[in-house]
Design a binder for this molecule. Structure first.
Ligand code: SF4
Length: 342
């Protein structure tokens, strides 16, 4: 008898830990501004964040992760890391939180740290790889190399964690070719998840200086969407989940006027998926008629129609009437069309 395994619904409880005393100076980073908060939350505040989130999350049949984002977790003093992790213990013991995920730098992974994380139910470790081309890493003042990412990834996998590798596009010295290389290396290093962040120029960073002196040109929104489309398709094919495309529109960036330049869009992922569908639906544009019905999987309907109806508008140039329908019999990016000419 076939066995059906239902994937549990997933919830994240995000806690931002800005790196207040980060010894690095990555060219694009003003850590406090990127996550919109100046200070790391106190322990009792984290408890409040967790409890507030838990009131909105079902008690059973779900997967809930506590996610420490925003900095270089394993660069914190050992005792601080321990304190943050221990805070989650009662929730893990009671089953309300199923695991912990955190993000950190590739050169801050070692056996001692991994032992600590393992003991405290950390399940996913995300590394900020950003690029896997050493010249781009150097120009971005990341102070680590491709080899560091490879070594750290191997250790993380050897300890049985799920590996996430984040990448940025459009860093100084980056090209589409180098970004494609980075994506392929991320796959080879065994990552199961990734995030793709287009580089933005944030106030108070070295990149801002370069930009103001015409020494750095950010990607245009069109370029960032087009690169991301290619990367997303590569990751999808390899079974690597792209859990974020574009920076989260945090309040700090949007309300504080902190972004100087760069391809920011609040619906960046939707723009990328619109372009993927635009390519899929392109053959339709080669013919025309009175009316066309396009059936797609329910979860794909918005992307097929396109951000701001972009794809619908394109098709309307060839057909007087265009209707999109959700169809439960279709999955992923399958589609069916019916052209009516009477
Ligand atoms: S990106 Fe991370 S490592 Fe680089 S300066 Fe910012 S906090 Fe430090």
């Amino acid at each position: 008898m076939p066995e059906f395994v239902m994937k549990k619904k997933h919830f994240n409880i995000p806690v931002f830990i800005p790196q207040l005393a980060c010894p690095f100076q990555c060219i694009y980073c003003n850590q406090r501004k990127i996550c919109g908060k100046g200070e790391a939350p106190a322990m009792n505040e984290i408890n409040k964040i967790i409890n507030t989130h838990l009131t909105t999350i079902p008690e059973k049949g779900v997967e809930t992760e506590l996610a420490f984002f925003g900095g270089n977790f394993t660069g914190l003093p050992f005792t601080e890391q321990q304190a943050y992790l221990e805070l989650a213990k009662p929730y893990i013991d009671s089953g309300r939180i199923t695991g912990i995920r955190l993000s950190t730098r590739p050169d801050y992974i070692n056996a001692e740290v991994l032992e600590l994380l393992k003991k405290h139910h950390v399940t996913v470790i995300e590394l900020g790889a950003q690029s896997l081309k050493d010249d781009v890493l150097k120009l971005s003042k990341r102070d680590h190399t491709e080899a560091d990412v490879e070594t750290a990834s191997k250790m993380i996998l050897d300890y049985g964690f799920t590996l996430g590798l984040q990448m940025m596009i459009g860093l100084p010295g980056d090209t589409l070719e180098k970004s494609l290389y980075t994506a392929n290396r991320i796959i080879q290093f065994g990552a199961k998840q990734t995030r793709i962040y287009p580089t933005l120029v944030i106030r108070g960073t070295k990149l801002e200086n370069l930009f103001l002196n015409n020494k750095y040109k950010p990607l245009s929104l069109e370029e960032a969407v087009s690169w991301s489309k290619k990367l997303l398709l590569i990751f999808e094919k390899a079974g690597v989940e792209v859990i974020r495309l574009g920076l989260h529109p945090s309040e700090g960036l949007l309300s504080g006027n902190e972004m100087i330049a760069g391809p920011f869009h609040p619906s960046f992922r939707e723009l990328v998926l619109t372009e993927i569908w635009s390519e899929i639906l392109n053959p339709i544009l080669k013919s025309g008629g009175k009316s066309i019905e396009i059936h797609v999987a329910p979860g794909q309907l918005n992307y097929a129609i396109g951000y701001d109806g972009k794809n619908r508008k394109l098709i309307q140039q060839q057909y007087k009437k265009v209707n999109f329908y959700p169809d439960d019999n279709l999955e992923d990016r399958q589609f069916k069309t019916e052209i009516i000419n009477h």
